[in-house]
Write a protein that binds this ligand. Structure first.
Ligand code: ACO
Length: 359
């Protein structure tokens, strides 16, 4: 089969119904709407309700993305969920989604790179499509960080929200697609943003629970400083790899952690702030879900049209960071039903060779 590019042909997101406004936190910790808004840009965020989890939200987002792509779950080759708040240690959240949507012939696994998980998952799915390993992939960023928040710690509990965003990536002969992906990390700074207990280093016991070690701990201002520098570096590298000038980027979709981080990144890149997509005021920091939710809202708001260059930039715990340049494709007009006869014949021949090869 000829080398194909990976294009996004479906997208969808889910935000839980329960809204937590800044004023709701005034009843829990010593804080106020003015401090939270001025320091973060956040007005409200969503928290998962009873019975909701990372997999249930991921499943809702996945169904919307598949419907938009007009792709049956049974025709999916791969599901990747990017998350640091899985339903269980195992099975993978992707397997729970696979079962819920009935993707009977799909592989499924999770990727954990904190807030960089979606960009990481997109990069892996893109590489597998370009290599011809899979024809398509459902890539999801989903988080329920509210379940890891210490509601007595005012420096973290006000920051995070829950939600899920999904995209369908498909191999295409179109000349557009994911044009570059840059992934970086620095594990030496892991303890600036982490959940200390509950893993194999400090398994859960009464003392870890009493010490509130199962909640997110963060050294906020150090994370802030490194986030800005790393996101700028990754953005510049992704642009250079894609051979795309910053001036050709129609929309920058950064990880939605803090409006001041996004402003600082735009300023350092000398990129116009009106071309930066921001929705942190309504969702807070949804970690791996933030970029796919923002992407969905950008499309809904008509801010992306076919051929537009988009720059995704993320930073998260680990530390991990990364960026990707892609050319927006959108709803496909190369409908499966309207592929050229030659293309269909090539695909059938490719499938036949694949089937005969192991004999
Ligand atoms: N309400 C009122 N006061 C507060 C609150 C609050 N909610 N939280 C902290 N403060 C106080 C602090 O106690 C401190 O008081 P002090 O001066 O008396 O000691 C003061 O406000 C300033 O605190 P800083 O931490 O210096 O505030 P800063 O301006 O750095 O803002 C924030 C804090 C919003 C957390 C910021 O540092 C930030 O956004 N950091 C980056 C977060 C991020 O990007 N995370 C990455 C991804 S997340 C992931 O991967 C899962």
């Amino acid at each position: 089969m000829a080398r194909q590019n990976a294009v996004i042909t479906g997208w969808g997101f889910y935000a839980p119904a329960k809204v937590m406004r800044n004023s709701d936190f005034e009843k829990l910790v010593d804080t106020n709407d003015q401090w939270i808004f001025e320091r973060t840009g956040i007005r409200e965020r969503r928290f998962a309700g009873p019975g909701e989890s990372t997999s249930t939200m991921a499943t809702s987002a996945a169904r919307s993305a598949l419907a938009k792509a007009k792709l049956k779950a049974a025709d999916l080759d791969l599901i990747i969920v990017g998350t640091c708040s899985p339903d269980y240690l195992f099975p993978a959240t992707a397997c729970l989604v696979q079962s819920a949507i009935g993707a009977d012939r799909s592989g499924a696994f999770d990727i954990e790179a904190a807030c960089t998980s979606f960009v990481s998952a997109l990069s892996v799915a893109n590489a597998m499509i370009v290599a011809g390993t899979v024809r398509n992939a459902l890539v999801i960023g989903a988080e329920t960080l509210s379940r890891f928040l210490d509601m007595t710690d005012r420096s973290t509990c006000i920051l995070f929200g829950d939600g899920a965003g999904a995209v369908v990536l498909e191999g295409s002969n179109a000349s557009v697609g994911i044009e570059s992906a840059v992934l970086r990390s620095d594990g030496s700074k892991g303890e600036l943003l982490y959940v200390p207990a509950g893993g194999t280093m400090h398994p859960a016991d009464q003392s870890t629970v009493d010490a509130r070690q199962h909640f997110i701990k963060m050294a906020g201002n150090e994370v802030f400083r490194l986030a800005v520098k790393s996101m700028v570096d990754a953005a510049e590298e992704a642009l250079s790899l894609a051979n795309v000038a910053l001036g050709d980027i129609a929309l920058l979709i950064p990880h939605q952690a803090n409006v001041r981080i996004m402003d600082a990144v735009a300023k350092r890149l000398h990129f116009p702030i009106e071309k930066v997509f921001v929705n942190v005021q309504r969702y807070g920091n949804t970690s791996a879900a933030s970029i796919p939710i923002a992407l969905c809202e950008a499309v809904e708001q008509g801010r992306l049209k076919r051929g537009d260059k988009v720059l995704l930039v993320a930073f998260g715990g680990g530390f991990t960071w990364g960026a990707s340049v892609l050319e927006w494709y959108g709803e496909h007009d190369w409908d499966r039903a309207t592929l050229s006869p030659l293309d269909i014949a090539a695909r059938k021949l490719g499938d036949l060779v694949d089937r005969v090869r192991p004999l």
